[in-house]
Design a protein around this ligand. Structure first.
Ligand code: 0WE
Length: 256
């Protein structure tokens, strides 16, 4: 039997076909899950409509700005109506103002710091709180992180601090929601060429650096993030919560 047969999930963070959220959604779907999607703003609506539509014309699709409590409330009300229950949630959402990812961290403005943390870290707490009452048979919440949460990656700057908050939030959520059999974990992915990575100065050099230095001498593939996301969502990971799982071809273990 498929590992996610009969499970109901919601995916936050699909922007286009290269999104990590889309890779994990496809893997969840292939493993038997039925999925709902949200999109951020009219700009991304058509993209996500087309992608979500590949799972059937009746795929639940809703707008959601994760910085708006009303949007989050509406999304979970609709999921409650249409699904009646929820098993899986993917958080693959991050944003920091572009300026904050270019100069020095020391120059991060109060507003850029606030926005980065609101969109990239607090949103996990808000979504977990919205999802928990629907996860009546327990559940699995998966969020995406990056090594810049733990070590300095030049220019990752305030996003690194926000990912540190996301990883710590994962642990506190795991503790609170553990009593309801809801697990909360992060996947810390090696760099992937997505819309969010494009336009980042030096990104292709970063991919080459990982290829040269990671034990596996290559970069992670989106479908490998899908496979890990499927494992964490499955009952095979029933005793795993509060963890950050590195899916980075081993890069994280290197000291030099
Ligand atoms: O988490 C990320 C990127 C998230 C991200 C990307 C952007 C680009 C466009 C957040 N906010 C924005 N804001 C924008 O205006 N990654 C793990 C990919 C990434 O981003 C970097 C990296 C890596 C790796 C930025 C600098 C250095 C390394």
């Amino acid at each position: 039997m498929s590992s996610l047969a009969g499970k109901l999930g919601i995916v936050f963070g699909v922007a286009n076909k290269r999104s990590i959220a889309w890779a994990i959604a496809q893997a969840w779907s292939k493993a038997g899950a039925r999925l709902a999607f949200t999109y951020q703003g009219e700009r991304l609506k058509e993209n996500v409509e087309e992608l979500a539509g590949t799972f059937g014309p009746d795929t639940l699709l809703m707008p959601c700005d994760v910085t708006k409590d009303e949007d989050i409330a509406r999304v979970f009300a609709e999921v409650g109506q249409k699904f009646g229950r929820l098993d899986l949630l993917l958080h693959s959402v991050a944003f920091a103002p572009k300026d904050a990812l270019e100069g020095e961290f020391v120059n991060t403005t109060r507003e850029a710091f606030r926005v980065a943390h609101d969109v990239s870290a607090y949103s996990l707490v808000a979504l977990a709180r919205g999802a928990a009452p629907l996860m009546t048979n327990g559940g699995s919440i998966v969020a995406m992180s990056y090594y810049g949460a733990v070590k300095v990656v030049p220019h990752y700057n305030v996003m690194g601090v926000a990912k540190a908050a996301l990883e710590a939030s994962t642990r506190y959520l795991a503790y609170d929601l553990g009593t309801k059999k809801i697990r909360v974990n992060c996947i810390s992915a090696g760099p992937v060429n997505t819309l969010a990575a494009r336009g980042i100065a030096g990104f292709s050099e970063m991919l080459k650096h990982y290829e040269a230095h990671a034990p596996l001498k290559r970069n992670v593939l989106p479908e490998e993030l899908g496979a890990t996301g499927t494992f964490l969502a499955s009952d095979g990971a029933a005793a795993i919560t509060g963890q950050v799982l590195y899916v980075d071809c081993g890069y994280e273990v290197m000291g030099m």
